[in-house]
Write a protein that binds this ligand. Sequence first.
Ligand code: AMP
Ligand code: MG
Length: 403
Amino acid sequence: MRSVEEHQRVVAELITAPPGIRAGLADAQGLALADDVTAPLSLPVFDNSAMDGYAVRAEDIASAAPEHPVKLPVAEDIPAGRTDTLTLAPGTAHRIMTGAPVPQGATAVVPVENTDAGTETVAIYAAVREGRHIRRAGEDVTAGTTVLRAGQVVTPAAMGLAAALGLPELPVIPRQRVLVISTGSELVSPGTPLRPGQIYESNAVMLAAALRDAGAAVVATPTAGDDVAQFVAVLDRYAAAADLIITSGGVSAGAYEVVKDAFGRAGDQGVQFVKVAMQPGMPQGIGRVAGTPIVTLPGNPVSALVSFEVFIRPALRRAMGLPEPERPRRSAVLTETLTSPSGKRQFRRGVLDTTAGTVTGYGPPGSHHLRWLASANCLLDIPEEVTEIPAGSQVEVWDLSAP
Ligand code: AMP
Ligand code: MG
């Protein structure tokens, strides 16, 4: 049997980073920058008013006070967006709005609150310092400087900065596009009445959500019955658009193991089926189909999602250059005694109480107990050789609640 670490390494080698691309801002959200970003222009782009008020020469109103206001004629009205170049004549004021270009010759802006808000002439009740309420060109960003670094994740603020700099695209490490194929003749889509022997398909929606959560994109989530021709037809239809294919089901030791059969029969040496010393999730497969990486997960829902957590999520995040590819590991005190099979690394569902520093195993270990996983917030990581952990022991957990 292969160790968890060994299979993690093989999966990580399979899922590799493609070269950087230029993506539109909305598409770049959440991705890592492939290159530094240099500002093509300065911000603010031009000297502009920080207040609604009046552009003046500070010396013209130096004597202004509430009891003896300075009155100036209002020569221009400058809303934001005015594009002609204006000059302020000495002894006059221009009414100006926040974000509007400050006219040449003006040295300060008087807030409207310190005036009578006049439109023909304005009475100004307070003096202002030179430079007051003017945002200077370049005081935020100087053209030519590096404003974002390679490796940084594109956040809403980074997108806003790029847009403010007039950049419609950013250089990013592309999102991995993943095809999720569920297999099983017993599976029907939620919404259809169940016939005897049928169950609702649940891995596709779950794995697709886990993929998006990991930062990847989902190409499609088709289901194939346990029929090689049908499975291959689904692969052929969608695989070209994918950087990675994930299947669930059809890889264990029984008959009608469609994923195993498909690659076996085609004589495809590209996919290798292995047993990994873990519970849940022992039967695993990995390789390439027509050049595209494929990871085949077992069908039991808990096995499928735990396998995703252990092998695929960290590899995908690493390939996308995203921070914290691994779930954060925490140490907590176990509240009850747990047993674990010898020779297998066990991932038990648990509830971690970070305030108390404790963890409680949650639900039975069986890989069909999806209900417990749905309300767990961590995985207890129990080493291969351990068969019993007494209550009160320190155990390592993977914190699923943190990104
Ligand atoms: P398999 O790995 O195909 O032998 O499936 C193992 C168990 O998981 C069986 O009980 C299947 O019915 C169940 N299973 C497989 N795929 C799915 C799926 N996509 N949704 C829900 N249950 C599944
Ligand atoms: Mg099956």
